[in-house]
Design a binder for this molecule. Structure first.
Ligand SMILES: [Zn+2]
Length: 120
């Protein structure tokens, strides 16, 4: 008989060795460290700090169909370079092609400097 009840004094306060902050797992609600890429409890993948909440698929489609208008740049919030792309006709197509490759490679960044990594 060495089972404890789960209401000890350590339940509320959680130490965070090495600094950082605790966040809640998106799947199961367990408290995990903010730098964790997956939940140790349920294994669900967590939002990485530099991952954009914007997703690749619409950016890719906009770049493919309306790239020379800078549409994919409006999508990620880059209005300024979007307009620049519009007046230069997508850098004569070269700039659009580069952006398309960046989006496909998962290294296209939004206005906050965060990377678009998820397709859906
Ligand atoms: Zn979890």
């Amino acid at each position: 008989m060495n089972e404890n009840t789960n209401s000890g004094p350590g339940a509320a306060a959680t130490d965070t060795p090495g600094g950082g902050q605790m966040v809640y797992c998106r799947a199961c609600g367990r408290r995990i460290h903010s730098s964790a890429t997956s939940c140790p409890g349920c294994g669900a993948r967590q939002m990485v700090a530099d991952e954009s909440h914007r997703i690749i698929l619409p950016a890719f489609l906009l770049c493919l169909l309306l790239g020379s208008l800078g549409a994919h740049r409006y999508y990620v919030g880059k209005i300024g370079t979007g307009l620049l792309m519009l007046v230069t006709a997508g850098g004569l197509g070269i700039w659009v092609l580069i952006d398309l490759i960046m989006i496909l490679a998962g290294s296209f960044r939004d206005i906050d400097g965060k990377t678009l990594r998820r397709w859906t």
